[in-house]
Ligand binder design. Sequence first.
Ligand code: ADP
Ligand code: MG
Length: 474
Amino acid sequence: MTNTEQDRWSRVKGRLRTSVGEDVYTSWFARMDLEGVQDESVHLSVPTRFLKSWIQAHYADRVLTCWQAEMPEVHRIDLTVRTAMRCAAPTKETTVPAEQRRIEQANSRPASELRATAPVSASHDALGGSPLDPRLTFASFVIGRSNTLAHAAARQVAEGRRGDPVMFNPLYIHAGVGLGKTHLLQAVTWAGNSGSERKVLYLTAEKFMYGFVAALKTQTALAFKEALRGIDVLVIDDLQFLQGKSTQAEFCHTLNALIDAGRQVVIAADRPPSDLESLDDRVRSRLAGGLVVEMGSLGEELRLGILKSRVAAARAHHASFDVPEAVLDYLARTITHNGRDLEGAINRLLAHSKLNAQPVTLEMAEREVRDLVRPQEPKRIKIEDIQRVVARQYNVSRSDLLSSRRTANVVRPRQVAMYLAKTLTLRSLPEIGRRFGGRDHTTVLHAVRKIEALVARDISLSEEVESLKRQLQE
Ligand code: ADP
Ligand code: MG
C-alpha cells in the first residue's frame, strides 16, 4: 500500500471519528484496516463477522461519505473479515472496550457444523410456541444506553441465516421486570420468522415445562425432542420460572443438543445465570458460556422515547389522540418504574381522552397516572454484594466468609452476612447455604436466629447491622 493511501486512510478515519463521536468510533471502527483501493472501490477489513455486519447495517453510508470527502471517485466500500492469521498481527490501536472484547471472545469460539435439519414434523406445530404480541418488534424497540448491547446482539441473532456459524450461544439477556426482555425476544422471533427459511420458536419457560410434561403424558417425548431438533433458533423467556428436576434435566439435554448442533439459543431471565439458584451447576455454566448481557433500568431519555413510540402507535388508530410535549416530559420524569407502567399511562390517557372527548392536559395526566408514580423500586441486592460489604466492614476476606474456618473473627461476620442475605433477598435458606460455601440450610437458619436474638439486645451490633443495610441499599 502506498504512503498516500495510508495518509488518506488516516484522514478518512479522522473524519469518521468526528462524524460518529469517540465512543462509537472506538467501539466499532478502531480495528478497521485499509486493505487497498482499486478504481472506484475501497477494500476495508475488520477482525470479526459481528463487526462487519454491524458496520454494514449501521454505518455503511457514513463510511462511504467519509471516503468520498477525500476521494470523490470512490463509489463502493467492500468490507471483509480478516482471517485468523491476519487477526493475530498486532494492531495499531490497542484500546478495545470491554464490551467489544466480550463479543469478540464469544465470536472466536469455533462454530459447530449444522447437522442435517430434521424435517419439521406435525408434532412441531402441536408443540407450538407461546403467543406473540405483534407490537413487540425491533421497529418499536427504542434503543438507549442501558440496552444498546442487548439490542445489538439480539439483532445479530435475528439476522443470522440457516447454516451460518453461531456467534454467541446461548445469548442470555437478563434484567428486572418491565425493562424490555420479552419485547426483545419477541422481536427476534418476529424478525427471524419473517421471510427467512429459519424456524424460530418462542417459548416461555412455563410453556416449555407444560409442553414437555404434556408430551410425556402422551408418550411422545421423542416427538417433542424431534420437534425441538427441527428448529433453528429456540427462544426461552423467563427462565427463572423453570422448575422441577425432570424439566431441568430435559432443559439441559435440549440446550446441549441445540448448542452442539450449532442452533441458536436465546434466553431471558430476571437474573444472571449465577443467580439461577435452582438450576444445577452444569446448566448454569453452559448458560454463562455464551454472551451474557444485562439490560439496566430505563433512563429518562429512554422512557421518553418509549412514550413517544407508544403515542405514535396509538395514533395509527386514533388520529385525534395527541399528547403535548409537557405531558410526555412529566410522565418520563415521574414514571420511573418500568416499561409496563409507561404503556399503562398512555393507555389511560387514550381511554380518558376518547371517553370524555377531551384533549390531554397536564392536569388530567397528573390525575390519571397518580398511582403509577411510585417511589423508586428498592435496589435488587445480590448475595455477592452482601458478602463484599460485610467482609469489608469486618476486615476479613470474602473467601474467609465462604470457608469452613470457625475462628470467632470469621464466624460472626459470616452469620451477619447470612442474616442479611435472608432478610434483604428473596433467596431460600438452602440457596443461601449453597452460596456460603455449600453449607446446610440448618446452619443458615441457626445464623439467622442467632443474629436476630443478638440484635434485639446488643445495641452496637444492631447499629452495625443497620449501617450494613444502609450501605447495601444505597
Ligand atoms: P420484561 O419482559 O423485561 O418484563 P417487557 O418486554 O414486557 O419487559 O416490557 C414491558 C413494556 O415496556 C412493554 O410494553 C415493552 O414494549 C415496553 N418496553 C420496554 N423496553 C422498551 C424499549 N426499549 N423500547 C420500547 N418499548 C419498551
Ligand atoms: Mg417478560
